[in-house]
Design a protein around this ligand. Structure first.
Ligand code: HPA
Ligand code: ZN
Length: 341
């Protein structure tokens, strides 16, 4: 459903988006053909317009099934040009929906599967970004992210690679993948090795409130990928509120992965009304049939967010973005400009 003019113009921020999760089915087919691969059609659903994956109907099982499809889709990528193209393609689409800033979750492990070193992957992503920025002014930062189910030793390698190859746009370290694999403590060495100023971690989507608590206590994060299942434990909610926690809420992801069956069950509105510093993310937009614009639209249509409240969500995201203060101030001015309309 297209965004109405006012929603289209509202400045949006996507703080939670996995780069390989932005590949469109059309792009997957294009890359498969360009790279001489035959298997892209197997990734696609019968409509040819979405990806398909096998999942049982538990949140944990759905995530694991999805992650297999995600890795398979990455399999159509073979070159630096492919990384540049998917980056540009995503940022162009996001900017066209009013997105002024995105934080891309990037994965040295996936770059390696494509056949690129971490510096080669960063260089390719930056080329795609430069082109998109020249056209639309969109800004980005990147979160170098370890994949939990690849294990703590691999995560530590990602931490070290991140540390040894500093890049001005890589400002944070993160943890994604199967939320139920290993423990948070197993990954602290990876965060320590990366030694970046900012941290986030997936917790409280496929796993329950106790992982939110351990992400906070063990990894010392204040920003959380998802966090929605914190709602199941009043004590965890109070603890999160006490640190002014920042949830990166991805409604369509939660629905697609079966965490909630209906919007009415989803805690987005409860989080906002409890005074949590809510932000929105598209997570893996082409897999979950969404976009950052659509996430704002869902917040409006299904959770009653007014334009002013959505603008507050964008302001929250910029206030908590993993950027330098000059860039933050510049982005806040873009939000203020909309308010002044
Ligand atoms: N959740 C966890 N890990 C991921 C995801 C996700 O949606 N996408 C890519 N890695
Ligand atoms: Zn995610």
């Amino acid at each position: 459903m297209p965004l109405n003019d006012r929603l289209l113009a509202l400045p949006k921020v996507d703080l939670h988006v996995h780069l390989e999760g932005t590949i469109t089915p059309a792009m997957a087919q294009k890359l498969a053909a360009r790279n001489g691969l035959a298997h892209a059609p197997e990734l696609l659903a019968a409509d040819g317009e979405s990806f398909r994956w096998e999942a049982d109907d538990t949140a944990a099982g759905a995530l694991v099934g999805f992650l297999k499809a995600y890795d398979a889709a990455t399999g159509v990528m073979k070159t630096a040009q492919d990384y540049s193209d998917i980056t540009y393609d995503y940022l162009k689409r996001a900017a066209a929906e009013g997105c002024i800033y995105a934080e891309l979750t990037i994965s040295a492990d996936h770059g390696q599967q494509v056949g690129l070193t971490y510096p080669q992957m960063l260089d390719a992503i930056t080329k795609g970004f430069d082109k998109a920025k020249a056209e639309s002014g969109i800004e980005i930062r990147m979160i170098s992210t370890a994949v939990r189910h690849y294990g703590p030793a691999e995560a530590l390698k990602v931490g070290r690679i991140t540390h040894d190859n500093p890049h001005p746009l890589v400002t944070a370290f993160g943890l994604a993948g199967d939320e139920n694999a290993y423990t948070m403590a197993d990954f602290e060495p990876a965060y320590a090795a990366a030694a970046l100023p900012y941290r986030t971690a997936h917790a409280g989507e496929a796993s329950g409130p106790s992982t939110v608590r351990s992400a906070r206590e063990v990894l010392k994060v204040r920003r959380f990928g998802h966090m929605v299942r914190a709602i199941e434990d009043a004590d965890v909610m109070a603890e999160q509120k006490a640190i002014n926690a920042v949830p990166e809420v991805c409604v369509s992801s939660n629905m697609a992965l079966g965490v909630y069956k209906t919007y009415a069950e989803h805690p987005l509105r409860k989080f906002f009304d409890a005074g949590l510093k809510v932000t929105l993310g598209s997570d893996d937009p082409t897999f979950f049939g969404t976009s950052i614009g659509r996430e704002y639209q869902i917040a409006q249509e299904h959770f009653g967010f007014t334009d002013a409240e959505l603008l507050q969500v964008s302001r929250n995201a910029i206030e908590e973005a993993f950027v330098d203060e000059a860039t933050r101030a510049k982005l806040l001015r873009r939000i203020d400009a909309y308010t002044a309309d």
